[in-house]
Ligand binder design. Structure first.
Ligand code: ZN
Length: 263
């Protein structure tokens, strides 16, 4: 009996200690992170003005999506990405070529990351500190490579809420929007409570080249309207640093590859 009590006390104090280290401040209810992948043209023409209208923060995970990235009808150019940065949005790394990083050597991965870092540097965009796995391809090696490059957070899929006390900072889950999953996304927003954060992965609004991840502009604005009316706080990945001490979390939380990480 005494032993059980001692064990319980130890567990409780460890939990309390870990929480204090991982969280810089308590996670408020209704905290949502918006992330936008692949740099489709509509993120500049449709998404950014709408986000500004609603006063929301967001992260743009950019890459040069092969082979059509230079087609300005389909993708943003770097001047437009620079403008997003000047508007106050976060520009983050989605690799140079939208590569499946689970298949890359460390040298190849570093080259993919460095290309985007150098582009940002040349345009006065602060160096990306956050990463999103193209196609949700990831493995333990990829996490090591990110660690060596000192990245803060890495976003995956998984269609579940982010719990900073149990999800590793390089395995941050998200839901991906498309034109058919409105009910699922609306339900997802309800999970932003009790210490959990809801993160969305959004592609083109609309998405011309990848229709399976298309989010129609009217549906997107419906989400923004709901977030505004519901009193949600909508931030970028970078702003997560106000709440989560990534370095401490990486030490305390073991990367669990059994949890779902794909959308
Ligand atoms: Zn992508």
């Amino acid at each position: 009996m005494k032993k059980t009590l001692l064990l319980l006390l130890l567990t409780l104090s460890f939990t309390f200690f870990s929480q204090a280290q991982i969280l810089k401040k308590p996670i408020p209810d209704k905290l949502v992170v918006l992330t936008f992948d692949d740099a489709p043209a509509s993120q500049y023409s449709v998404v950014a003005p709408l986000l500004k209208k609603y006063g929301f923060g967001a992260t743009f995970f950019v890459c040069e999506f092969q082979p059509n990235y230079a087609d300005s009808a389909l993708y943003m150019n770097w001047r437009q990405i620079q403008e997003l940065n000047q508007m106050g949005f976060e520009i983050a790394n989605h690799t140079h070529t939208h590569a499946n990083v689970s298949k890359l050597s460390q040298a190849e991965f570093n080259a993919e990351l460095s290309y985007i870092e150098a582009k940002c540097d040349s345009l006065g965009i602060s160096s990306p500190t956050n990463f999103a796995y193209p196609g949700y391809g990831l493995n333990a090696k990829a996490l090591e490579f990110l660690e060596q490059k000192d990245y803060v957070f890495a976003r995956a899929g998984g269609s579940r809420a982010y719990d900073p006390l149990s999800d590793h900072p390089y395995l941050i889950p998200s839901w991906a929007t498309d034109e058919k999953n409105k009910v699922e996304i609306m339900k997802a927003f309800e999970q932003a409570k009790n210490g959990k954060i809801v993160i969305l992965t959004i592609h083109g609004v609309p998405d011309i080249e990848h229709p399976w991840v298309n989010t129609p502009p009217e549906l997107f604005e419906e989400y923004l309207e709901l977030l505004k009316k519901g009193g949600f706080t909508v931030i970028s990945m970078k702003e997560l640093e106000k709440y989560v001490a990534s370095k401490a979390a990486k030490k305390i939380i073991k990367a669990d590859f059994n949890k779902r990480s794909k959308n």
